[in-house]
Design a protein around this ligand. Structure first.
Ligand SMILES: C[S@@+](CC[C@H](N)C(=O)[O-])C[C@H]1O[C@@H](n2cnc3c(N)ncnc32)[C@H](O)[C@@H]1O
Length: 261
């Protein structure tokens, strides 16, 4: 892989420690202030990603190229977001990739939208439905910052009323009443298309699975993903005492033709 130089207008993750990172847009002539002194952007422009830069008081930061998860964790939040551990499973289970066409609801903060769009670009599209207009403004901002806005269609619509698109590869849901969307998803999906629904409570998954069975979906599966971080230090390596104990359950299914009998 060729190295990449940092240019004016690029985003950089200034890394001090695991707990202290800053996602910043590099602007000529400007400075970024931290509790460990300020960094001149002019000292970063032209350097390769990964280079170390010093603040005015001599503290070193690494200038890293932001990853998808940095854009997600640093998004301006208006709602609960889908965590990267769940995003990873959603992407894998849905079978999406470059060129896929996806219907998503609700957009919320746009964290999941950001990930889905990253994987379907440049030829695919994400059609993302959200009932709260003010959330769409925030999502738009987050998607623009991640350089993905051109590959998303944001729609201020109630997805339980219907889906406008046809022949889509996947329908991906993170909203309070996914079971109400299941019949619309069946109509919108191409044959053998996938549906993936993320829900925080068991009552939601029971209703969703019942609706999937009633609407000719097959290969229905619900999973929960628990992720434990490790503290790694010779002689003391073990899981961290604290972890995110619960985010939600992921239900997956595939569209099949209606049963004959
Ligand atoms: C938990 S948030 C989604 C967060 C999003 N996955 C993210 O990562 O940022 C759920 C969103 O669904 C929206 N929503 C709820 N019901 C909806 C509906 N019927 N149609 C469209 N959006 C809906 C809510 O307004 C809310 O913004």
């Amino acid at each position: 892989m060729s190295t990449q130089k940092i240019r004016e207008g690029d985003y950089v993750l200034l890394y001090l420690s695991r707990r202290k990172t800053y996602l910043v847009k590099v602007e000529k002539g400007k400075t970024f202030h931290t509790h460990k002194g300020f960094i001149k952007f002019d000292d970063i422009i032209g350097k390769e990603y990964g280079a170390r830069v010093s603040s005015n008081i001599g503290i070193e930061f690494a200038a890293l190229k932001p990853l998808l998860r940095d854009y997600i964790f640093k998004s301006t939040r208006k709602t609960q977001i889908t965590y990267p551990k769940d995003v990873a499973l959603i992407v894998m289970f849905s079978g999406i990739g470059p060129g896929s066409s996806i219907v998503e609801a609700g957009t919320g903060t746009g964290a999941l939208t950001t990930a889905l769009t990253h994987y379907v670009k440049p030829d695919g599209r994400v059609y993302s439905y959200e009932i709260r207009e003010e959330f769409l403004e925030t999502a738009k901002k987050n998607l623009r910052r991640a350089g993905l806005i051109d590959f998303v269609v944001l729609k201020n619509k109630d997805v339980t009323v219907g889906i406008d698109e046809n022949d889509v590869d996947a329908v991906i849901l993170d909203l309070a009443t996914p079971w109400l969307v299941v019949p619309h998803a069946y109509t919108a999906l191409k044959p053998c298309g996938t549906i993936v629904s993320f829900s925080p409570t068991m009552d939601q998954i029971v209703k969703t699975v019942e609706a999937l069975k009633d609407n000719s979906f097959v290969d229905i599966e619900t999973v929960e993903c628990l992720m434990r971080g490790m503290q790694t230090e010779r002689g003391r390596t073990r899981p961290h005492t604290l972890m995110t104990g619960h985010t939600g359950y992921i239900t997956f299914a595939r569209k099949a033709t209606k049963p004959k009998a």
